[in-house]
Design a protein around this ligand. Structure first.
Ligand code: DI6
Ligand code: FE
Length: 399
C-alpha cells in the first residue's frame, strides 16, 4: 500500500519547523518513503494514488510524552478545597491528593480503568496525537500497579496509537507505609518493578523526587535497580522545590527530567551533559497557580532540548489537550510556537527514546497529522478545538 500526498505545507521539524512549502510525501507500508519539494518528486512515484492536500499543513503526529491518563475517580472535591484555601501539599499530607486517587484506582477493575481512560485518550487522538506515554503510580501495591500497566497496554490495542508505559511505583508513600518510604521501596516498589518488568509491562521507570514523596537517596536506589534491569529512567524533579533531582537523573543518563520549575543552572548543565530532555508541564503550573517559572532561558542557553506534555492527571493537570499545553507553554513560559511544536514532536520523541518518529524524514514512521491550517504557529495559537483535518497512523489514514 503506497500513498502519495501532494500540495502539502510540510513542517518536518528537522532543526526547527523545517518547512517545505508545496511538499510531496510518499508513504509505503508504515514508513515515510520520500519527502521533499513536489518539484523534486522522483518519476518512479508519480503514478502512485495521489491525494492533493491543497496547501494544508502536515506535521509529524504529536507525541504526549508525560501522562497519567489511567486512574480511577476524580479529584473535583480537592479542587474545591484548594479554592477554599488549602494547598496541594497540605491536602497531600492529610491523606488526600495522590492517595485519594490511589483509593479509587485500587477499587477499579482493569476494565473500569480502560473505560475511564478511553475518553481522555480519544481527545488526544482527535488532536493529532499518535504516541502517548502512560504512567502507573496510583496503585502503590503490586496488584494495582500491574493492573494500571495492563490497562495502559490495552489502550494501545483498542486505538490506533502507540502507548509507551512507565512504572511510577515511587509516586507517593501509601498509608500502610506512612513515614517508612525506604521500607516501601524495599517491600513494594522494587519487587513490583521486577515483577512488572518480567511481565513485559514497562518501557521506563519514573519517580517523584520531592519532600512529600521520595528523597534523592531513595530515588537513587530505585534507579540503580532499574538500570540493573536494563530500563531507562526519568524523574519528576524540581516541581515544588529544588532537591537536585534533575542532576541525579542526568547522572543515570535519564531520558528526561520533568516539571523543573525549581531547577537551577547546575541542574541544567548536568542535563545538557547527559542529553536528558527537559519535559515542560505548564498544565500543572497553571492548576497549582505556581509562580516559580521553569528556567526556559537557561535550558535554551545550554542547549537542553525541551519537550511539552499534558501531564494529564486528576490532581494537578486535569486536561488532555496537548495543543492547550503548547499554548500555555508559550503564554505562561514564553516558549516560542516553534519550541512548543518541537516539544510535542521531535523533542517528545527523544524524551521517550524513540528515534523512529517526531520528524518527517524518509525511513521514519508514517505517523502524520494533516491540519486545516497554513502555518505551524496556528497549533499553539488557538485555545479550543484543534484544526485536525486527517490523521495517518503507521501509513493508514484513520480519520
Ligand atoms: N507530580 C504531578 O504533578 C503529578 N504527579 C507528580 O508527581 C500529580 C499527581 C496527582 O496529584 O494525582
Ligand atoms: Fe506527572
Amino acid at each position: 500500500m503506497a500513498i502519495l500526498l501532494t500540495g502539502a505545507t510540510a513542517a518536518t521539524m528537522e532543526g526547527g519547523y523545517g518547512l517545505i512549502p508545496d511538499a510531496a510525501l510518499v508513504l509505503e507500508g508504515d514508513r515515510i518513503e520520500w519527502i521533499g519539494p513536489g518539484s523534486d518528486l522522483p518519476d518512479d512515484y508519480a503514478g502512485f494514488p495521489a491525494r492533493d492536500l491543497g496547501g494544508r499543513l502536515v506535521t509529524p503526529s504529536l507525541i504526549d510524552c508525560h501522562t497519567h491518563i489511567v486512574f480511577g475517580g476524580t479529584r473535583a472535591t480537592e479542587f474545591e478545597m484548594r479554592l477554599n484555601g488549602a494547598s496541594y501539599e497540605e491536602i497531600a499530607r492529610a491523606g488526600g491528593g495522590i492517595l485519594s486517587t490511589v483509593k479509587a484506582t485500587r477499587a477499579a477493575s482493569e476494565d473500569d480503568l480502560v473505560a475511564a481512560a478511553l475518553p481522555r485518550l480519544d481527545q488526544m487522538l482527535a488532536e493529532g496525537v499518535a504516541t502517548v506515554e502512560v504512567k502507573s503510580g496510583y496503585g502503590l501495591d503490586a496488584e494495582t500497579e500491574t493492573k494500571m500497566l495492563r490497562a495502559a497496554r490495552r489502550l494501545g490495542q483498542l486505538r490506533p496509537v502507540t502507548i509507551v508505559t512507565t512504572y511510577l511505583g515511587a509516586h507517593a508513600v501509601p498509608p500502610d507505609h506512612k513515614g517508612r518510604a525506604d521500607a516501601y521501596l524495599d517491600e513494594v516498589a522494587i519487587p513490583t518493578l521486577r515483577l512488572a518488568q518480567a511481565e513485559g509491562l514497562i518501557d521506563a521507570v519514573d519517580a517523584f523526587c520531592e519532600g512529600i514523596a521520595f528523597s534523592p537517596a531513595q530515588v537513587e536506589r530505585l534507579f540503580t535497580e532499574a538500570q540493573a534491569l536494563g530500563l531507562r529512567v526519568k524523574l519528576h524533579a524540581e516541581q515544588l522545590s529544588n532537591l537536585g533531582g534533575a542532576a541525579l537523573a542526568a547522572r543515570f543518563s535519564a531520558l528526561s527530567a520533568d516539571h523543573l520549575e525549581y531547577l537551577d543552572e547546575d541542574g541544567v548543565i548536568a542535563m545538557a551533559a547527559h542529553g536528558t530532555v527537559a519535559v515542560i508541564l505548564p498544565g500543572a503550573f497553571y492548576t497549582l497557580r505556581e509562580t516559580q517559572l521553569p528556567p526556559i532561558d537557561l535550558l535554551r542557553r545550554h542547549g537542553v532540548p525541551m519537550a511539552v506534555a499534558t501531564d494529564c492527571n486528576p490532581g494537578t493537570a486535569p486536561m488532555s489537550s496537548l495543543t492547550l499545553a503548547m499554548n500555555m507553554a508559550c503564554t505562561l513560559f514564553r516558549m516560542t510556537p516553534e519550541e512548543a511544536l518541537l516539544g510535542a514532536t521531535a523533542h517528545a520523541a527523544r524524551a521517550l527514546g524513540l528515534a523512529d518518529r517526531g520528524r518527517l524524514a524518509a525511513g521514519l514512521r508514517a505517523d502524520l497529522a494533516i491540519w486545516d491550517a497554513k502555518t505551524p504557529a496556528e497549533l499553539s495559537w488557538r485555545i479550543g478545538p484543534t484544526p485536525l483535518h486527517a490523521r495517518i497512523f503507521g501509513g493508514q489514514i484513520d480519520r
